[in-house]
Ligand binder design. Structure first.
Ligand code: 5AD
Ligand code: SF4
Length: 435
């Protein structure tokens, strides 16, 4: 039977959200429609994440839960990074899975669904030289804030990370394709575009550098805000830093993972930057754009991390004063060099370190948010809030702002920030700037 409705469940990072949207567009183009919330779909795509603990186990249990009460099941596609890592093994582990499609092959999804209809169980985890993007339909739907993947893959091989294995080598999409997609997103209603890549600031199509790409995108009428994520410290060029001082549409926010505050641990992680070089980059960024909101990623309990080395991580959090940050317990990923290192850290120690780190980060987030109380700024309205008349939008510093206003999603309005919480702000609307 050919499926008529589909549901895509994306887990993990923003790139998976983007990939999920693209798969939805592809399936819609084939005449399928998105299943309404709470209803059964004929086709379910599990767009999985493999970055941390028990990812594969979680994916298999999600598959199991798709069995319906009457014993039937939808057509099940395993997609994303677990699909890439498991490949044909997924078919052996779960007889319920009908097809396995990796992140570089999902343009083939409609064809693979048709093969299932003919009784096959196709697996495609190839990383073809020809970009899947060329095979994708153009963008027709977008919210006020849209994602646009410009770079994929990673050549950095941090010793803890599966990404170089699941997403492959670094590739950059050509500038022309990116500009075309950005125009389509703006025509479809986007006011803000977040450029995505595992190493987004390593983007280089052989002709243009990343700062010039941003400059080109900033010329698009109707596109009001540009962001990018995730950046690697070694690719934080002077040209990109300078762009933050020159391009008004480039928002004052930078997600720049450091992972650890200890040079010994950074070396063992193969991070190719030091605490000092990272702090110099931050200093340059602040000299260019003093109000920049900084964010980062941290791993606690990397093999061999001593108490003193963990204290160094707390110290770098204090030194930078992050507006927000994500922190994770180290998770041994099969096939990565760190998984077989000696001195794996006990779970209780990791738990305790994570809690201390998160408390420290929250204190800095709170301080950052408090420093913005009383500030007049502009908010891009994204969606309705919980109460009648309440809307939620984003400040330039990527804070969620709750406010009462008649403005609609996609509007940009003048707002005074009036109160701060650890995770969001309250705003008072002043006037509509651009509708
Ligand atoms: N264990 C814990 N955290 C990890 N990350 C990546 N791999 C691992 C791992 N094996 C974290 C890093 C990265 C973020 C996306 O996930 O902090 O920046
Ligand atoms: Fe993973 Fe390191 Fe590449 Fe980031 S830079 S995706 S942490 S290998």
């Amino acid at each position: 039977m050919t499926p008529k409705t589909f549901k895509i469940k994306s887990f993990g990072c923003q790139m998976n959200v983007y990939d999920g949207e693209r798969m939805a567009e592809l399936l819609s183009e084939q005449g399928m429609s998105a299943a309404a919330d709470g209803t059964d779909a004929d086709l379910v795509v599990l767009n999985t994440c493999h970055i941390r603990e028990k990812a594969a186990e979680k994916a298999y249990s999600d598959v199991g839960r798709l069995r319906r009460e009457d014993g039937s099941k939808p057509l099940i596609a395993l997609a994303g990074c677990v699909a890439q890592a498991e490949g044909a093994e997924a078919m052996r582990r779960s007889p319920m899975i009908d097809l396995v499609v990796g992140p570089q092959a999902y343009h083939r999804l409609p064809d693979m669904v048709a093969q299932v209809g003919r009784g096959a169980r196709p697996v495609d985890i190839d990383m073809p030289a020809i970009s899947k993007f060329d095979a994708m339909p153009s963008r027709r739907r977008a919210g006020p804030s849209a994602f646009l993947t410009i770079q994929e893959g990673c050549d950095k091989f941090c010793t803890y990370c599966v990404v170089p294995y699941t997403r492959g080598a670094e590739i950059s999409r050509p500038q022309g394709d990116i500009v075309t997609e950005a125009h389509a997103l703006v025509d479809a209603g986007a006011r803000e575009i977040t450029l995505l890549g595992q190493n987004v600031n390593a983007w280089d199509d052989g002709e243009t550098n990343f700062a010039d790409l941003i400059r080109t995108l900033a010329k698009i009428d109707g596109l009001e805000r540009i962001r990018y994520t995730t950046s690697h410290p070694v690719n934080m060029s002077d040209a990109l830093i300078a762009a933050h001082g020159e391009i008004d549409k480039l928002m004052p926010y930078l997600h720049l993972p450091v992972q650890s505050g200890s040079n010994r641990v950074l070396k063992a992680m193969n991070r190719s930057h030091t605490v000092e070089s990272y702090l110099r980059t931050i200093e340059k960024m602040r000299a260019t754009r003093s109000d920049i909101a900084l964010s980062g990623d941290f791993i606690v309990g990397f093999p061999g991390e001593s108490d003193a080395e963990f204290e160094d991580t707390l110290n770098i959090v204090d030194a930078v004063g992050y507006a927000s940050a994500y922190s994770f317990k180290y998770s041994a990923r099969p096939g990565t060099p760190a998984a077989t290192m000696e001195d794996q850290i006990a779970r209780e120690i990791m738990d305790e370190r994570l809690q201390r780190l998160q408390e420290r980060i929250t204190a800095h987030s709170m301080a950052f948010n408090r420093s913005k109380v009383g500030v007049d700024t502009q908010i891009l309205i994204e969606r309705k809030g919980r109460y009648a008349g309440q809307m939620i939008g984003k400040s330039p510093w990527l804070q969620s702002v709750h406010l009462d206003t008649d403005a609609q999603a996609g509007d940009i309005i003048d707002v005074t920030l009036v109160a701060a919480g650890p995770n969001s702000m309250t705003g008072a609307a002043r006037e509509l700037v651009a509708a």
